[in-house]
Ligand binder design. Sequence first.
Ligand code: UDX
Length: 438
Amino acid sequence: MLPKLSVIGTGYLGATHAVCMAELGFDVIGVDVDEDKIKRLAAGEVPFYEPGLPELLTKHSGGGKLRFTTSYEEAAEFADVHFICVGTPQLPGQLAADVSQVEAAFHALAPHLTRKALVVGKSTVPTGTAVRMEALLAELAPCKDVELAWSPEFLREGFGVQDTLRPDRLVFGLHSAWAEQQLRVAFGPIIAAGTPVVVTDFATAELVKVSANSFLATKISFINAMAEVCETVGADVTALAAAIGLDERIGKHFLRSGLGFGGGCLPKDIRAFMARAEELGVAEALSFLREVDEINRRRRVRAIDLGGELLGGPYPGARIAVLGAAFKPDSDDIRDSPSLDVAATLGSQGADVVIYDPKAMDNARRAHPELGYAATLEEALAGAELTMLLTEWREFVAMDPEAVGGLVAKRNIVDARNVLDAAAWRAAGWQLRALGRP
Ligand code: UDX
């Protein structure tokens, strides 16, 4: 018989995991302390934008395979395997991650574990957290046979369903053959599809996630550092990336230069990793991550400078169309969004900023009510003296330079994601500046 599953925390990671496990045939209960979120999920509504997820939620919530609750007691009663999927955001004003939601989830679940069960941490945590949570379970769970495993999640927003159902790999940090067997059953359909499994210890499993994200962030900052050099010598970073990416040892992925990385994972994960390394006395080993973060920040400054060059002076009073607020396309997430950060800086410098984003408008407006917003791309462009393309939504990449040229007051554009055909835009009378391109 298949184990029953609980998924604790129903944000991007947890909601996607819960729905996908139901899709794989398991009976699943999703748990969250946020009553509103649980109400919406129970009503078949995904509280954030993730392509493909609403359809799967509708498919399974009606059929009884998937339900949602705010009761840990109900989850403990129901499930044999409990996935911890709560967030670990950056602590305000610090580099370190806030693990209080993880601790709270273990504190809330453990006292209800009255029969043998496996708890599986999926949240991204500082090394050493799993050992602490294992001790907490031993102390608080009435059943002394409860075990812990750590299995980090690698899903990308916008590809959450695909990455959960067909991940590149599964990583199991564990202490016993029983825990491994439980995980092999819980991920059975994914393993049967040929997904490689790495079985290891807690510390390695915790590290796999942060080191993978550090590598990805480093790769992006590497190409953005090359963009800085290209700007000085008049070279083209997109051609450079294409050329070095053809070397299989380097690979073409994550070499898109531009405004840099943002989101709820990469920025906070490299910072939390540096903070943990400092505590562990190995800060020097990760000192390069400080530079990775710095390069990433400098791209925002450079994009603003390019806009100033096009305007021929400072920003006060300038009407600027900002295209994109989400940290990347196909997402409504504005956490650590380079685009929104640039928009806010322009606003604080006195520019008349009008933002349009296909999905992230509500989130952006909540975070920055002081900025201007347009209901459509055309409305944002109308009368603009400068257009800043900051998130590469398809709708923006597909703009016809001639047609949108008729909307703006001045044909000035900064392509901060290197996605426009510069020759075509220039032929249509636009002054175009791009990061890392002549
Ligand atoms: C990332 C990891 O990819 C994922 O494995 C992990 O589980 C969570 O963090 P995500 O934050 O959803 O996923 O976004 P991702 O697609 O990785 O992009 C991160 C940021 O890097 C975005 O802001 C994106 O615009 C930027 N990026 C990505 C680049 O600037 N250049 C690139 O070549 C790739």
